[in-house]
Design a protein. Structure first.
Ligand SMILES: Nc1ncnc2c1ncn2[C@@H]1O[C@H](COP(=O)(O)OP(=O)(O)OP(=O)(O)O)[C@@H](O)[C@H]1O
Ligand SMILES: [Mg+2]
Length: 367
């Protein structure tokens, strides 16, 4: 099993981090420092390495002002596997894995599966279904390697079908070709998504029982994107008149969603901000657990401003769960004690802190 763990990272020109080299990364890495010092930017650099993009804003906004490119280099242990990315203002991207150029981000993502927990993660509950589809597909992608090809096939298919619908004046046969194509890959995608969801849900429930016992009535429900009594081909045929009228494909996996309910109400409308954060953590932790159980390695967790919204007791519970995952974690906070005071002591050997100030990073101490 590939247990990805970054041992070092070199960052050039990510926001205010003009040249940062950290060669002493461990399992638990806490970055603390004042507002605007560069903590989130470190997480962004790691994200760039695994996903070729930032988790906030465009690449243009991430490259240090006045510079034309950004470079991040990392080394994964065991095996000393080097990973590198260079992104330029012109849009050019160079990815390297093991010293060799690679063409797809998927190759990088497989080596460094990343989970982000930050202020935007609330979108998982309060945002549009696309945030939850992305979440679901991240998991399916990592545990079911046949998913990606079918997903790409579906994206191509729906683009073609919608193009035809917009063109109008199309013969029934012309449309039927793309309806059949969509139906075929749409069913496969949905089978993978459902199978993944059914594994994920009980793991989420077990984690949330630890993190927030008072949220015992939480429910997750998978929605496939069309009437579950119908095959996808039948649903597409039924919606053909409205598809033609409104010039797009109404039903299908592009409409899938996960509903998060508590006592029959939408969690987004009911839970407090801190409770929402616990649910988000539960969802992200459940994915990491499943990834490991499926023999696909361990996720790297990027947790931006862990203490925000959480009282100390809940912060401690989240840390305990993160520690239990045995995953590599990168956590930011403002004060040095925010996380150090609540991280389980048994993990001491693997715990290290870095002080971040004015775009510079210095290792502080190992507990
Ligand atoms: N493209 C850029 N070039 C140079 N500096 C930038 C760029 N984008 C943002 N910055 C600056 O980089 C600094 C680091 O931002 P970052 O978001 O990493 O801070 P932080 O330590 O996470 O702060 P907070 O505690 O407020 O979240 C900020 O001072 C910001 O103004
Ligand atoms: Mg920040």
């Amino acid at each position: 099993m590939n247990i990805a763990s970054l041992s070092r990272i070199h960052i050039d020109n990510v926001r205010n981090l003009q040249q940062v080299k950290i060669d002493t990364l461990r399992k638990v890495n806490v970055f603390y420092g004042p507002n605007g010092s560069g903590k989130t930017s470190i997480l962004e650099a790691i994200h760039l390495l695994g996903m070729a993009r930032s988790f906030r804003g465009s690449i243009k906004s991430l490259i240090t002002h006045g510079q034309s490119q950004t470079t991040v280099f990392g080394e994964l242990q065991p095996g000393s596997l080097p990973l590198g990315i260079q992104r330029e203002l012109t849009g050019d991207v160079t990815l390297k894995l093991g010293g060799r150029p690679v063409r797809t981000v998927a190759a990088m993502a497989e080596q460094l599966p990343i989970q982000v927990i930050n202020a935007d993660s609330f979108d998982l509950l309060t945002g549009s279904p696309s945030a939850r589809r992305q979440y679901l597909d991240w998991g399916v992608f990592h545990v079911e390697h046949r998913f990606f090809d079918q997903w790409q096939r579906f994206q191509r298919g729906i683009k073609q079908r919608n193009m035809l619908l917009r063109r109008g004046k199309l013969s029934p046969e012309e449309l039927a070709v793309w309806t059949r194509e969509l139906a075929a890959c749409g069913e496969i995608i949905t089978t993978y998504r459902r199978a993944y969801f059914e594994l994920l849900e009980p793991r989420f429930q077990a984690i949330i029982a630890q993190l927030a016992p008072s949220l015992a009535g939480l429910e997750l429900r998978f929605r496939q994107g069309w009437d579950k009594q119908l095959s996808y081909i039948r649903a597409l045929e039924n919606s053909e008149p409205s598809d033609r009228e409104q010039c797009y494909t109404h039903v299908g996996p592009q409409r899938a969603d996960i509903r998060v309910l508590i006592g029959g109400h939408l969690a987004a409308d009911t839970l407090s901000r801190g409770q929402q954060k616990l649910v988000v953590c539960g969802l992200k932790l459940a994915q990491g657990q499943l990834l490991t159980e499926k023999g696909r390695g361990r996720c790297t967790y990027l947790v931006d401003d862990l203490p925000s919204e959480l009282d100390q007791q809940h912060c401690r519970l989240v840390c305990e769960q993160l520690a239990g995952m045995k995953a590599q974690v990168f956590i930011t906070c403002v004060d040095s004690e925010d996380v150090a005071a609540v991280w389980p002591v048994a993990d001491g050997d693997e715990f290290t802190m870095f002080h971040v100030e004015h775009g510079g990073v210095s290792a502080v101490e190992a507990r």
